[in-house]
Design a protein around this ligand. Structure first.
Ligand code: SER
Length: 581
């Protein structure tokens, strides 16, 4: 049974018992407390709390999905039989599940695995606080007796095959708050004889607040997750996920001389690269961009003469049917730019590494800073020399350096009694405030004009406004032509000439999103937001953005807008500096 058939059967099985299909959400979540989507439930967080209504949005309180996920936490495990960074998570969810929650969840999961797919369950785990450490906040959660009973008395699993586990059998929340609860997990033996966790059934009986308070959930919910790749491995009776139809052709097309672990790393990372780039992530030194950068650098280090472009093309061709947003041309462009940049320093980095006897944290950091060698690349190449290296120490060093450069950047603007610093705008006195306000409104017009000229691929990546200029970073894969820059300038000046009124409306975040207003996906917005718009009314306005202000009252106050410079600031990210006079 190939993976496509598994997908189909999964959807059909749950649709037959009242679940509605929900599409996968983006790998970049709209929850700013997490960098990437790590679980199927993430997009549904607000359905569990009752803030959104699944009946209205999906036609049922029960939904089934296959979600694109990315877990950096498993990056050091990639290369073994069953760990991946990017994977697809199959899950069924129920938001107001009622009294039969656990019975329904356990029975349906068990039936799908055993009857629909003909698999045999090896053992089950359930949550027991006796196995949780004294100091752990999960210690107060009671033993999941009901799940235990259902498995034992209704399904008929023998007592010795129902294991009681602690913290590992409690899930969530993702980010710093959200639904969470005890889990029961299903283990299946692989052909290699090892048992792997295949399905995690989470009973969201609680909500953990930002302050760390565990409150009983108002509407207990169900959240389950099963990696498609792992399921394919047991269904297809192959020894590793890399032997399933989802990976085999990629692994086979890699040259024989490469060690198996390396082949697996390349195959895993290339998938992650294709998806991350297609979702708008660009290599950089922080957040999701830093993750992407590491993946690219690691495959480039190991690839030698292999044509990675062909492999990326094959991967995209294979997934395009399920994920039409995959974009081969952009993936290749961003990938090649980053790999060329890295290739220039890679050899010197390797030379430096070879000339050293032992690598400590500081030296590892130097190799990263000077030659761009990420931690995992050092571990791959360094052999015995790296045996004292610990990832946490490296990460701490990196964070220290990031803080130093952040502080440096702030000092540039500080020092003279800031009256305003929103992170985006900097002004020291009334006069400066007027000037940044003009530039601020001009920046809104600029973003819309860029989208008019270059397309909606343009997305804000950062902005910084001082009394002298505005600096706007946005995603776009190439240099702008002189004509494009001129066109953008003209549009902005035209909108200034039209002297459009600039106003705002306060709306709930959900309504605001529906107006089509632009927002900066990395920013954390409150439940009620202001949407600033330039135009007679919100519907027909030329520019609309989530924004705290301040803005001019009419665009005519801006003056003459001029683009001073256009340049690259990272792979796939452009920066414009502009002034108003
Ligand atoms: N959220 C749970 C997990 O990721 C179940 O989907 O394992």
């Amino acid at each position: 049974m190939d993976s496509n058939e598994i997908r189909e059967r999964f959807f059909k099985f749950f649709e037959n018992i009242g679940y509605k299909q929900a599409p996968s959400s983006s790998l970049i979540p709209d929850d700013p407390s997490v960098l990437l989507t790590t679980a199927g439930m993430q997009q549904f967080k607000r359905y569990y709390t009752g803030e959104l209504d699944a009946q209205k949005d999906f036609g049922s309180q029960k939904v089934v999905s296959i979600q694109k996920c990315f877990r950096t936490s498993d990056i050091d495990e990639v290369g073994d039989e069953s760990h991946l960074t990017f994977f697809e998570m199959m899950g069924h969810f129920s938001f107001n599940a009622g009294a039969n929650l656990k019975r329904d969840a356990i029975t349906s999961a068990y039936e799908f695995l055993t009857k629909e797919l003909g698999l045999e369950v090896d053992y089950i785990t359930v949550f027991d606080p006796l196995k949780v450490e004294e100091s752990d906040w999960r210690k107060t959660v009671p033993f999941d007796e009901q799940s235990y009973d259902i498995w034992k008395n209704e399904i008929g699993i023998s007592e010795e095959n129902i294991h009681r586990e602690g913290t590992d059998n409690f899930w969530g929340p993702t980010g710093n708050e959200g639904p969470c609860g005890p889990t029961t997990e299903i283990y299946i033996k692989t052909i290699g004889g090892k048992s792997i966790e295949v399905w995690n059934l989470v009973f969201n009986a609680y909500y953990r607040t930002k302050e760390g308070v565990l409150k009983p959930a108002e509407m207990p919910g169900l959240d389950t997750g099963m990696g498609l790749e792992r399921l394919a491995m047991v269904v297809q009776k192959v020894p590793t996920i890399f032997d399933t139809d989802l990976f085999l052709s990629i692994i086979k097309s890699l040259p024989e001389g490469i060690p198996m672990r390396t082949k697996r790393i390349i195959a895993d990372h290339l998938r992650g690269i294709a998806f991350l780039i297609s979702e708008g992530v660009r290599p950089s030194n922080k957040e999701a961009g830093y993750i992407l950068r590491r993946l690219i650098r690691r495959v480039v280090t190991h690839a030698g003469n292999i044509n990675l472009n062909t492999l990326l093309g094959d991967i995209i061709a294979m997934y395009k049917k399920h994920y039409p947003t995959l974009k081969e041309d952009i993936v290749l462009e961003v990938f090649n730019e980053e790999s060329e940049r890295f290739s220039k320093t890679l050899q010197s980095g390797i030379r430096e590494l070879n000339n050293t006897e032992k690598i400590d944290t500081l030296f590892a950091f130097k190799l990263y800073e000077s030659f761009g060698l990420p931690y995992e690349v050092l571990m791959d190449l360094g052999g015995d020399k790296t045996k004292n290296l610990v990832r946490e120490d490296f990460d701490k060093e990196l964070e220290k350096h990031r803080e130093i450069s952040r502080a440096g950047a702030e000092k540039k603007f500080g020092g003279h009694g800031l009256i305003m610093d929103t992170g985006e705008l900097k002004a020291g006195n009334e006069e400066e405030l007027k000037q940044v306000t003009r530039l601020h409104t001009a920046t809104h017009l600029l973003q819309q004009a860029l989208r008019d000229v270059l397309g909606n691929e343009v997305q804000q990546r950062g902005s910084d406004i001082t009394p002298e200029r505005t600096r706007f970073d946005f995603s776009f894969p190439r240099k702008l032509t002189v004509e494009e820059i001129k066109k953008v300038e003209e549009i902005v000046n035209q909108k200034i000439k039209e002297d459009l009124p600039v106003q705002y409306k306060e709306l709930s975040k959900e309504t605001a999103e529906k107006t089509g207003a632009l927002f900066f996906f990395k920013q954390k917005y409150p439940e009620t937001v202001k949407v600033y718009y330039a135009g007679d009314n919100l519907e027909s306005a030329y520019s609309k953005e989530f924004c705290g202000g301040p803005h001019v009252t009419h665009t005519g106050e801006i003056g003459v807008f001029k683009i001073a410079k256009e340049e690259a600031v990272g792979a796939g990210i452009r920066r414009i500096r502009a002034t108003v006079q």
